[in-house]
Design a protein around this ligand. Structure first.
Ligand code: GLU
Length: 508
């Protein structure tokens, strides 16, 4: 396992919109890793990019984690010894670190205007250069403290000219990232660009703030999405410049679209027919609404279980894990390198597995509002019995009504296809006679009903199927539903007789 240093990991989202399920998985893996190693899980909000800040996004992130049961030990709202946990509240401390890099020759001031930067790119493009980066090859031709005299640099700064601070990437070095999932990743330094660390608006960029905070917060492992792997060499280099011990890195494989073609992105929204966000999200500007797993009827336990297995495998056939079990089993060694295809049907399957394990009493309580909203009052005990019978066929509580409406109300109409196929010329007569048989039953139990139907079939010398199909049509309105005798017992003799009468009248 890990070295002596105590495990401290962080989930560091930027509040630029709702959290995508890939982000939830990153948070989950961080949480599981922390719990598995008696460590600390931290939430840090990376909100230095004012332009991309979206109101409500931070609250959304926090609420999502709460719904999932992913509790953080330190973070906004609950504090901790390493706070504040919002980068905007730490704003004043980054400047000194940027200055430190300048003073030690690892960074420099750059005064290039957006127009000059554009010209540089155009020129390089025209020269057919393979890259148009601001880097070791191009910085010598730009307006920065490496090309200007010290006096001129000072003059520009004192006169308030806007500038940024850039990292000075060295030439001819190999930068090595040791990734716990991907292994050793080596990059030649001159392929990296001189990223901006500090912006003209007085705010640090992600790169500077991220590594300064990881250092100050004593982060032992950086576990994050693979999209950050290209930034890792720069981060490793920055740790070196500061002479800080770098954390260990683990870049998680991507979550892919169901067909495996590309990354599952926020923009996929409901386009693919399933939510990509944990909770419903309404965009504060466009007012567009995207659906969420919570509102779609998923149990948080099922959602988490499904996400845990998208990238990590337990090494056994077991698929159902509680959060508690996951915290015992999880390890980064069992996180794969390749992307995991998101499977919406499997997501439903997980929900089903959790649904059937929930007590009938609880399910009945959750189902009750759906019944009440149709103006029907029933005894909760009856709802419990219904739930027991139908839950095997449902993935969500919201499926219950469709599976069971006939327990609560007589069919309003009859499925035309079924009528065509199963309501024969002699069906009405058959049902009239069956009704007479039913009248003879005192104890209207499923067992007695079944016996009576069998007896009737024999006596009349008709197939059981013909009777059952016609009766089912009258009782439920179609050809679906659980055991017919059980349905009949549950709705009761009077109601069965009534539905036979109504059905015969309507179908003739
Ligand atoms: N703020 C970055 C994000 O939005 C954090 C990346 C990291 O974990 O270093 O994903």
């Amino acid at each position: 396992m890990t070295d002596q240093k105590s495990v401290r990991v962080r989930f560091a989202p930027s509040p630029t919109g709702p959290l995508h399920i890939g982000g939830v998985r990153t948070a989950l893996y961080n949480y599981l890793f922390a719990k598995r190693n008696n460590g600390t899980f931290i939430l840090r909000i990376e909100d230095t990019d004012q332009l991309r800040y979206v109101p409500g996004a931070e609250e959304y992130i926090i609420e999502s984690l709460k719904w999932c049961g992913i509790r953080y030990d330190e973070g906004p709202g609950i504090g901790g010894d390493y706070g504040p946990y919002r980068q905007s509240e730490r704003q004043n401390l980054y400047r000194d670190f940027a200055n430190q890099l300048i003073n030690n020759g690892y960074a420099y001031y750059a005064f290039d205007t957006p127009q000059e930067l554009e010209e540089m790119r155009e020129r390089l493009k025209a020269e057919k250069s393979d890259s148009q980066q601001y880097d070791v090859k191009t910085r010598g031709g730009m307006t920065n403290s490496l090309t200007l005299s010290q006096d001129e640099t000072q003059r520009r700064i004192s006169s308030g000219e806007p500038y940024v601070i850039r990292i000075k990437i060295p030439e001819n070095e190999i930068i090595v990232v040791n990734d716990l999932i991907r292994g050793k990743v080596e990059v030649r330094s001159e392929l990296l660009d001189d990223k901006v660390l500090f912006k003209s608006d007085g705010m640090p960029t992600y790169h500077l703030a991220n590594i300064v905070d990881d250092h100050l917060m004593d982060i032992s492992h950086v576990i994050r999405g693979e999209e950050w792997l290209p930034s890792a060499p720069l981060h490793v280099f920055l740790y070196r410049c500061f002479k800080w011990e770098a954390p260990q890195f683990a870049h998680l494989p991507l979550l892919l679209k169901p067909d495996g073609n590309g990354k599952l992105s926020k923009r996929d929204g409901d386009r693919l027919g399933f939510p990509v966000f944990p909770l419903k999200w309404e965009d504060p500007i466009s007012r567009d609404v995207s659906s969420g797993y919570r509102e779609s009827g998923y149990f948080p336990e099922a959602f988490i279980n499904m996400l845990a297995l998208l990238g990590w495998n337990p090494g056994t056939e077991q698929e159902i894990f509680s959060l508690e079990e996951l915290t015992k089993e999880f390890s980064l060694e069992r996180v794969g390198k390749s992307g995991s295809k998101f499977d919406p049907d499997k997501a439903k399957w997980f929900n089903h597995k959790y649904l059937v394990e929930i007590s009938n009493t609880k399910l009945a309580e959750q189902f009750a509002p759906y019944i009440a909203e149709r103006g029907i009052t029933v005894d909760l005990g009856f709802v419990e019995k219904v739930v027991e019978i139908i839950k095997e066929r449902a993935n969500f509580v919201s499926d219950f009504w469709e599976q069971s409406s006939f327990f609560f109300t007589a069919p309003q109409d009859y499925d035309e296809q079924v009528v065509k196929k199963r309501w024969k010329t002699d069906s009405a007569l058959l049902m009239i006679d069956l009704k007479k048989q039913f009248l003879l039953i005192d104890d209207f139990s499923a067992e007695n009903i079944k016996d009576r139907i069998h007896f009737f079939a024999q006596e009349r010398n008709v197939g059981l199927g013909a009777i059952m199909n016609a009766l089912r049509l009258l009782l439920v309105g179609g050809s679906f539903g659980p055991d017919l005798a059980v349905i009949a017992e549950m709705i009761g003799k009077d109601e069965v007789l009534k539905r036979i009468d109504t059905g015969i009248l309507k179908l003739g």
